[in-house]
Design a protein around this ligand. Structure first.
Ligand code: ARG
Length: 276
């Protein structure tokens, strides 16, 4: 079942003050805080207007990336419909402390919290896991932020069918920077992020694949779009080919501004997580 709540975190303390990925490098101390707040507030209202309940987690001073709520946890329902969550192990030191606040959040909401064993060092949840809820398939990226062997554990804890995808383009460090599921028929990808095996798995999994133009993906994060309901696609404003591709499929496109967050390497998909 598609989760119906959206968890977000206010960018009150958001800034770019370290180089965690290629996008951050040229943007140290370059965030316009007011603009960031208004972009985030507008995105929040888009989800509300689509009928989603938006739940907020308190931002924490010094945790500058906490606004990217896709990355700290992987919430799911078990076969009996119980709420469970696997916690991340963040790769970059600057983000490690975010996870405990999410743990508390889920405990308060009666989730069973699962922590990965010591032998797993890195797992960044829904930065690297993109889920087709209708078919119960979890596409799991690995290579830069998440370790491949994490998926053996996820396979034990959940009943997702898992399709692992190796990431080979270091600029596209999370799966959600190069792969988005529109619905069970259609996915958007940036081809250069995947090896031959990965591309074949993607082709085997979807009837229609929209190939993002490299430059459009870097400039407008089109592969970081989010389609919460199979009908509405939320994406950073400005692309041309992507808009045409989406419009051709008959889906509704909603353009938003996430420019301040793109300076940190994230856009729509990264700024929320769907929870139960
Ligand atoms: N600055 C953050 C990082 O490098 C951006 C995270 C973006 N999130 C995402 N799901 N791609 O960790």
């Amino acid at each position: 079942m598609n989760p119906l709540k959206i968890l977000m975190c206010s960018p009150e303390f958001f800034e770019v003050n370290y180089s965690g990925n290629e996008f951050m490098k040229g943007n140290i101390d370059n965030v316009n805080k007011e603009k960031a707040m208004s972009q985030w507030t507008h995105l929040k209202s888009v989800y509300k207007d689509l009928g989603y309940e938006v739940v907020l987690i308190e931002p924490v001073k010094e945790l500058v990336d906490m606004v990217f709520t896709a990355n700290q946890s992987l919430p799911f329902l078990d076969a009996e419909g119980n709420k469970k969550v696997i916690l991340s192990k963040m790769k970059n030191d600057q983000r490690k402390n975010e996870v405990k606040y999410f743990k508390d959040f889920y405990l308060r909401r009666d989730y069973a919290v699962i922590e990965l064993p010591d032998e797993i060092r890195y797992f960044e949840s829904m930065g690297d896991c993109v889920i087709d809820y209708e078919r119960n398939i979890l596409f799991g990226g690995y290579g830069f932020r998440t370790e491949e062997k994490t998926y053996d554990f996820i396979a034990n804890y959940t009943d997702f069918k898992i399709v692992k995808l190796k990431l080979i383009n270091p600029v596209l460090y999370h799966l959600d920077t190069c792969f988005s599921i529109i619905n069970s028929d259609t996915a958007v990808i940036q081809k250069s992020a995947f090896d031959e095996t990965g591309l074949n798995s993607i082709k085997d999994s979807f009837k229609t694949i929209i190939y993002a133009e490299e430059k459009e993906n870097l400039d407008y994060f089109v592969c970081n779009c989010h389609c919460p309901d199979g009908k509405n696609v939320i994406v950073q404003r400005g692309s041309i080919k992507f808009i045409e591709d989406i419009t051709k499929t008959g889906l509704n496109l909603i353009e938003v501004e996430t420019g301040e967050f793109m300076k940190s390497g994230g856009s729509v998909f990264c700024m929320k997580i769907m929870i139960y």
